[in-house]
Each structure stands twice: as structure tokens, then as C-alpha cells.
Design a protein around this ligand. Structure first.
Ligand code: SF4
Ligand code: SF4
Length: 104
């Protein structure tokens, strides 16, 4: 499959497939630039167990279990592969895969 921009130029979408939970600092930058609701901030306890979705101003500490926040790709199918999230991540913890490799 080939992809084109509006003027007919070749374009390869690079889809966000995962975020490394060990290196993500939960800064929220990727979420802010994404127009497709692909990822959400989640609370994590000290053992790495996912507690649930949190918002930036959410005061919920999950009954004292909250240890840190990380971004998770929980709606991967909505990604259009624009690559905006990769440009703002300060920790280089995202994995993107070119469209032709995902289709293979
Ligand atoms: S590549 Fe674009 S659409 Fe996909 S998750 Fe990143 S910002 Fe959102
Ligand atoms: S921009 Fe990077 S470090 Fe920040 S929440 Fe997104 S994946 Fe995590």
C-alpha cells in the first residue's frame, strides 16, 4: 500500500505501537500533541501494577497505592502515524513502526 500527502507526495505513516514503561516519566507531552486519543496517562503502584487512567489534575492517589504515572498506548488502532508524539518526548521511550511493516 502506498500513502500520499495532499499534494501527491509520498508519505509513510509511522504508527506509535508502544511506550517503554521503565523510561516514561508521564510528562504528558505526547498526549497533548496527539489529535487521535491514542494514549492515556495511567497510575502505577510500586510493583509496576497499572492502577487505572489518571488525568493531569486528578488528585486520585488510588487509596495511597499511586507510585508514579506513565503513558500507555491503549487505543493504538486510532493512530494515523503523524509522528508528532515522537518529536516531543524527552525520554525517547516511544516505539514507532512504519506503515508498510505493520501491514506486512
Ligand atoms: S503518531 Fe500522531 S496520531 Fe499516532 S499517537 Fe503519535 S501523535 Fe497520535
Ligand atoms: S512524552 Fe515521552 S516521557 Fe512524556 S509521557 Fe509521553 S512517552 Fe512518556
Amino acid at each position: 500500500m502506498s500513502y500520499k500527502t495532499r499534494d501527491g507526495s509520498d508519505w509513510t505513516p509511522v504508527y506509535l505501537t508502544k511506550i517503554n514503561p521503565a523510561t516514561c516519566i508521564g510528562c504528558g507531552r505526547c498526549y497533548k500533541v496527539c489529535s487521535r486519543d491514542v494514549m492515556h496517562l495511567h497510575g502505577v503502584d510500586e510493583d509496576g501494577k497499572i492502577l487505572g487512567i489518571v488525568t493531569e489534575d486528578d488528585e486520585d492517589d488510588f487509596d495511597g497505592e499511586l507510585n508514579r504515572k506513565i503513558m500507555l498506548v491503549d487505543n493504538a488502532g486510532a493512530c494515523i502515524g503523524c509522528g508528532a508524539c515522537s518529536r516531543v518526548c524527552p525520554k525517547d521511550c516511544q516505539t514507532h513502526v512504519a506503515a508498510e511493516l505493520i501491514d506486512a
